[in-house]
Structure formats: C-alpha cells, structure tokens
Write a protein that binds this ligand. Structure first.
Ligand code: SF4
Length: 408
C-alpha cells in the first residue's frame, strides 16, 4: 500500500478504530487524478466500515469524496488518470489486489450499484428485461428462459405494474421513477450482499423519491443485504440509515449511529449542516446559520483540517495538523476534530437567530419578491388535418409575496 499525502500521528489512530470482520472495510483510501495541468486530490485517507445487513449513509456536499470512494470499491475509477491507494477489503478479501477480470466477477454479483441517472446507465437500444437477464447470465449458470422468467419476477418485485407485459419495453417507455426501479432490479439480479446507491433519488420528484427510499429499505430488510446510500439529503439519511458518515474534503469528519450523529453531533461541520436545514418546527422569520466560505481546495495534498478556513472554532494548529477520527462520548461514534474535548455543545457554534423585526415594515418595504396575477399559457395544436388550437394553462393567476428573512 502506498501513500502520497502527508499523514499525522493521529491519522493512523482513526484507521485502527475500524472493526475487524466488517462486510466492507476501507482503510486510508486515497484517490487522486493526475491531469495534464493539475492533480486533483479527491479522497484523502478515508477510513470506514460497512456491516452486514445495515444501511450506511455517506453524506456530504459535492466534491467531498463520497462517490469517488464508492467507485473505488467497484473498481470503476479510471486509472489513469486516477491513482487509487489504500486498502479495500470486502468479505475479508483485499479488492486492491484483484485484476480487472477478477473485479468484474464481484461487480454486479456480490456488489451491485445504482446511479443517479438511470437513463444514462440503462442501454437505450435493449429491452429492460434483456438487460436484467444479461446481468444474471453473466454471473450465474442459468438458462435463457430461466433468466427471462427471473427478469419478470424482479420487475414485479420492484413494483413495476404488469411486469410480464412490460419486460420487452425499452427504457424510454418508462418514467424516471420506473427507470430507477428497473436499475434496482438489475442491481439485485444476483442477490448482492452489498448494494451501493449513489444519489439514486436526486433526479426524481419528491413523491417518487419517497417511493424509491421505501422500496430500497423494504428490499434491504427482505434480502438482508447491506446498503451504502450516498446522498447530500440529510432528511433521507435520517429516514433510512442505521449509521452515517459525514464527508468533507475527501475525509470522514464524523461517523456513528444516525441517532447519535443527529442527536449529538460532535463535529463543527456536521453541526453546521444540521443547523442550516429549514425545519417545519423552526419559528417563522428565523435566520438560519450558513457555513461561510467555499468547499475545501482539492488541488494540493491534504496536510491539515480541511474545514479550518470555515470553522468558527478554528485555532492555529487546525491549519497545521490533520485530525483523525477519535471516540466521542457515545459508543461507536467518532469525530475528526483537534478540539473535540473543548467544544462542548457544538450546536452553539451555529446560533439560530430571529430576523430583526425592526426590518419588517408593515408598509411592505421588506418585500423581496412580489408576484401578482402570473399566467403562463401554452398554445397547443391537436388533431390531424383539422388541427384544433387549445391552450394549456400551466400557471393561471398566481399571487405570491416573499419577505426578507422568510423561508417559503
Ligand atoms: Fe474546526 Fe479545528 Fe476541529 Fe477542524 S480541527 S473542525 S478547524 S476546530
């Protein structure tokens, strides 16, 4: 195992904190992309474990390293320009030592993956049933007719109505939510022990998102598989995950059981994320705290806390040392902060304030957006030769006012 980025004494302590016997155990995973004009450091010493039968969420903003870490598990980081180092053990087997052919046997068989945009993952020129059957025929010794029957069963299992009648339909004949269900059927074809779901609901509307989350949760319980759910949606994590890891700057900032991380966040970044979400019970005219600054630069090897330029607790040594995951007051709850012991109630770093009511002017001077009688109508031509012109009224007289400091 090689390592190019500097590590502090503390970094190894974090790596050693993982439990032996996990289904997936990642230690000191580093991924960099050596491009012609620059090197991008995407993962900077990731340590995590996923246990059999659990839902493990990885949450973080874009560029935090969550997807690239899981693509490394699947052996899907293009090398070159990617350079992947560290240890990835699945069921005790070191995946970093496998060649492409050996990795191909595991991918799609013992580890399945679903992606954000099912349309770009499905083959547009093959019926969906054939794509499910193909996954089975590659990895299992089954006849064509057995594989086809199993494709129907799987479509039915993931909630496609009239599965027998739709097995020969093409991807474009399904809605976005139904396409994601097809992707899940393909990923589950070989009954994997681990399903990696990379932001599978981001491209879907809220109602369909809920259906997909419920479906995966139900399948996970029925099949006893472990699920890694990658997301930036903290609401979904609270709903689905047994344990969670919060990533920032290509590192794990905090990890533990979901109820502990949500109820007793101990890292300034986690707390900032949780405090900045509007909640239904937040008083109206509340100013939510925002995390100042921009995401961590990823064009240099990481040598200090990646959050130091945005953290309200930042001290001199934060820009000099790389904190490792350390135990917090809760069992199995780790946080990577040099000043963990001093912070106390971390939520106090991100005060929620009421908007200055002196700014609320009864005469309406604090109005930021005012919409009155908004109409959007589309003329549509229907019929053959005798074309009829009708109008679709998408908006038909909308009034709306947004005041300063208001969440609508
Ligand atoms: Fe903030 Fe320093 Fe802790 Fe990083 S190590 S989270 S900068 S207090």
């Amino acid at each position: 195992m090689t390592s190019s980025a500097p590590t502090s004494r503390l970094t190894r302590q974090g790596a050693d904190a993982t439990t032996a016997g996990a289904l997936l155990n990642i230690q000191d995973l580093r991924v960099r992309f050596e491009l012609p004009d620059r090197t991008v450091y995407a993962a900077n010493g990731v340590d995590l474990e996923v246990r059999s039968g659990e839902v493990f969420a990885i949450v973080g903003e874009s560029g935090s390293g969550k997807s690239v870490s899981m693509l490394s598990v699947m052996g899907l980081v293009p090398t070159p320009p990617g350079v992947v180092t560290g240890s990835i053990r699945f069921q005790g087997q070191e995946l970093m030592e496998l060649n492409r052919a050996e990795m191909k046997k595991i991918r799609g068989s013992d580890i399945g993956m679903i992606f954000q945009d099912p349309m770009s993952s499905l083959n547009p020129v093959h019926p969906v049933g054939r794509q499910i059957a193909e996954a089975l025929r590659i990895h299992r010794d089954v006849s064509r007719s057995e594989a086809n029957q199993r494709a129907v069963d799987l479509l039915d299992r993931v909630g496609i109505p009239n599965a027998q009648g739709r097995v020969k339909d093409f991807p474009h004949e399904f809605s976005g939510g139904m396409r994601q269900r097809v992707m899940i059927a393909i990923a589950l074809a070989c009954s994997p022990k681990l399903l990696i779901a990379d932001e599978p609901t981001t491209a879907l509307d809220v109602t369909v998102q809920r259906q997909i989350v419920a479906l995966v949760k139900e399948l996970q319980a029925d099949l006893g598989m472990a699920v890694v759910w990658i997301t930036h949606d903290l609401g979904v994590v609270a709903e689905i995950a047994d344990r969670v890891a919060v990533m920032y700057g290509g590192r794990i900032m905090e990890t533990g059981e979901s109820r502990d991380v949500y109820g007793h966040a101990s890292h300034p970044y986690t707390s900032g994320l949780l405090r900045s979400i509007p909640r239904i019970d937040t008083p109206t005219r509340t100013l939510l705290p925002e995390i100042p600054g921009t995401p961590a630069p990823i064009l240099e090897p990481l040598a200090s806390c990646p959050f130091h330029s945005r953290c309200p607790m930042s001290a001199e040594n934060c820009s000099e040392l790389l904190p490792a995951l350390e135990e917090t007051a809760q069992t199995d709850h780790l946080s990577a902060c040099l000043h963990l012991a001093e912070i106390g109630d971390v939520s106090q770093l991100w005060p929620i304030e009421l908007a200055d009511t002196a700014d609320v002017r009864p005469d309406g001077d604090d109005v930021v957006v005012a919409v009155e009688g908004l109409k959007v109508h589309f003329p549509v031509h229907r019929g053959g030769r005798k074309r009829r012109k009708t109008v679709v009224r998408a908006l038909d007289g909308i009034d709306m006012t947004v005041h300063r400091g208001m969440t609508m």
